[in-house]
Design a protein around this ligand. Structure first.
Ligand code: DX5
Ligand code: ZN
Length: 222
C-alpha cells in the first residue's frame, strides 16, 4: 500500500493566523495539507477560493491537496492550478463529464482525484480509476467540519481498496470526515492511506500534539 499521510484540513484552522497554524502542522511532521473549497451550491456552505490556496503556498511547503466541493468544477480547475494546487479532487456528482474533467486536471499539470459522497455508489468512480492519483471516500456528508464518522463507510473503503490494488496500486485512497483518535484505526485497517483530519488537528489541545497523536495511532495499526 502507498505511504500513510495525515492531511490536516484547514477548514478548522484559525484563519486570523493561518500561516502560523500551517507552520505548526508542518513542524510536527505534516507533509500534506487539505484545502476545502465550497460554493454554497454543491454543499450548503461557502468557504475559500484560489486566493487562499496561494496564501497556503506562500506559508509552507506542504503538498496542497485541494478538495473542490463545487458544482461544475471544470470551470475553476485552471484557477486552482495557477494558485498552486498540487492535487485537485472533484466530486463525481458535480460534473457531467467526469472523464474529461479528470484529464483536464492532468493536462494542466496537477494530480487528479475523484470524490464520492456517502450516498453515491462507488461504481461512479470505477471507470476513471485507472486514470486517478487519488480516490476519496467521503465519510460524512460534505459541507462542515466536526461531523460524526458514518460507520457504513468502512465497507466502502474495503471495496475500493480491493479495486485499487487490482487496477491502479499507486492511487491514493483518501478518507475525509470524522477522522479522529477514535476512528483512525478502523479506516487505516480498512485500507485508507490519506487521512484528512480537520477538527481533530486544529483544536485547543495543540496542533502539533494532535498531529503527532494521530500519526502514532495510524502507524500503530499497519
Ligand atoms: C467536510 C470537509 C472536510 C472537513 C473534515 O465537508 O471536506 O475536509 O474539514 O473535518 P473533520 O475532520 O472535522 O470531520
Ligand atoms: Zn475535504
Amino acid at each position: 500500500m502507498t505511504k500513510l499521510h495525515i492531511a490536516p484540513s484547514i477548514l478548522s484552522a484559525d484563519f486570523s493566523r493561518l500561516g502560523l497554524d500551517l507552520q505548526e502542522a508542518e513542524a510536527a511532521g505534516s507533509s500534506w495539507v487539505h484545502i476545502d473549497v465550497m460554493d454554497g451550491q454543491f454543499v450548503p456552505n461557502i468557504t475559500i477560493g484560489p486566493l487562499i490556496v496561494e496564501a497556503v503556498k506562500r506559508s509552507c511547503s506542504m503538498f496542497r491537496d485541494v478538495h473542490l466541493m463545487i458544482d461544475r468544477p471544470e470551470r475553476y480547475i485552471q484557477d486552482f492550478v495557477q494558485a498552486g494546487a498540487d492535487l485537485i479532487t472533484v466530486h463525481a456528482e458535480a460534473t457531467v463529464h467526469l472523464h474529461r474533467t479528470v484529464h483536464l486536471i492532468k493536462e494542466l499539470g496537477a494530480k487528479a482525484g475523484v470524490a464520492v459522497n456517502p450516498g453515491t455508489p462507488l461504481e461512479m468512480l470505477r471507470p476513471v480509476l485507472p486514470d486517478l492519483d487519488l480516490a476519496l471516500i467521503m465519510t460524512v456528508n460534505p459541507g462542515f467540519g466536526g461531523q460524526k464518522f458514518i460507520p457504513a463507510s468502512l465497507e466502502r473503503i474495503r471495496t475500493l481498496r480491493s479495486w485499487i490494488d487490482a487496477e491502479n496500486p499507486n492511487c491514493h485512497l483518501e478518507v475525509d470526515g470524522g477522522v479522529n483518535l477514535q476512528t483512525i484505526e478502523s479506516v487505516v485497517k480498512a485500507g485508507a492511506n490519506i487521512l484528512v483530519a480537520g477538527s481533530a488537528v486544529f483544536n485547543p489541545s495543540g496542533i502539533g500534539r494532535n498531529f503527532k497523536a494521530l500519526t502514532e495511532a495510524a502507524c500503530a495499526c499497519v
